[in-house]
Design a protein around this ligand. Structure first.
Ligand code: CAA
Length: 257
């Protein structure tokens, strides 16, 4: 796959999407966001891509934010379009019927933190720093950080992070539930370990479960519970349900397609 700012690779059922602007600490300009969006479309259709790992090139940053030099002279209308481009791209991650893991090795700031928040699972190396420092620039998070961060860590912590612009170190990020795992180094290896576990399971069931959680979170509880039943029923239209339950009863490993 040919992109200038994104590296797209698939190996052993894992799709690696690497943001590749290391000189700008992988800051996301319009080109990078547009290419990321296209890469996600390709990953969605790619049958060999069962789990997606998003990471940053260069060893210093996951993504240091939206590109400040691109934003400096934007009009309000341009800023709106830029925010919508970031938001719709990140929504694709949320809606993708596959698990997306953010492997964070270094700075995940502003739009970079927001990218990680859109992923399903976050793994960070010890040196990583995560934050939403936009208020130091006279703006605030515009790639859905004001919406996803409080949903993940609660409004108290999210508002503190917003208003102080404090960069949270990996250990604290784990404590507040902002990341699932902290590893000494090489978060991609930990993400691969999780991906390998996920790949053993029914991909259709994982996709339906992710959808039930995502859509249910936007509903009132009892509606969400009802929605779960509807999607649970859909699972019973899949070959994986027959295979998974037959394999259990025959005391053999399931052979999911
Ligand atoms: N946009 C554009 N360029 C960026 C960038 C960004 N978000 N972050 C870093 N860079 C560039 C720097 O300008 C620098 O480029 P030059 O070498 O050409 O000068 C290069 O990356 C390396 O950065 P530093 O020299 O600053 O490296 P450092 O180690 O001294 O500091 C840092 C690292 C603390 C991450 C610092 O770069 C920094 O604070 N970056 C900005 C973080 C930020 O504010 N992010 C939020 C952006 S706004 C946003 O994301 C809005 C939104 O929600 C949509």
């Amino acid at each position: 796959m040919n992109f200038e700012t994104i590296i797209y690779e698939v190996k052993d059922n894992i799709c690696y999407i690497t943001i590749n602007r290391p000189k700008a600490l992988n800051a996301l300009n319009v080109q990078a966001l547009t290419e990321l969006s296209k890469a996600l479309d390709v990953a969605a259709e790619d049958e060999n891509a069962k789990v997606i790992i998003i990471t940053g090139a260069g060893g210093r940053a996951f993504v240091a934010g939206a590109d400040i030099s691109a934003m400096q002279m934007m009009t309000a209308e341009e800023a709106y379009d830029y925010a919508r481009l970031g938001q719709t791209t990140y929504n694709k991650i949320q809606d993708l019927p596959k698990i997306v893991i953010a492997a964070i090795d270094g700075f995940a700031l502003g739009g970079g933190c927001e990218l990680a928040l859109a992923c399903d699972i976050r793994v960070a190396s010890e040196k990583s720093q995560i934050g939403i420092p936009e208020v130091t620039l006279g703006v605030f998070p515009g790639f859905a950080g004001t919406q996803r961060l409080p949903r993940l860590v609660g409004t108290g912590m999210a508002k503190e992070m917003l208003a102080t612009a404090r960069k949270i170190h990996a250990a604290e990020a784990k404590e507040i539930g902002l990341v699932n795992y902290v590893v000494p180094e090489n978060p991609v290896a930990k993400a691969e370990e999780l991906a390998a576990q996920i790949c053993k399971n029914s991909m259709s069931a994982v996709a339906l479960g992710k959808r039930a959680m995502n859509e249910g979170m936007e509903m009132e509880l009892k509606k969400g519970i009802e929605h779960e039943a509807a999607l649970f029923a859909v699972a019973f239209t899949t070959a994986d349900q027959r295979e998974g339950m037959t394999a259990f009863l025959e005391k053999r490993p399931a052979n999911f397609k």
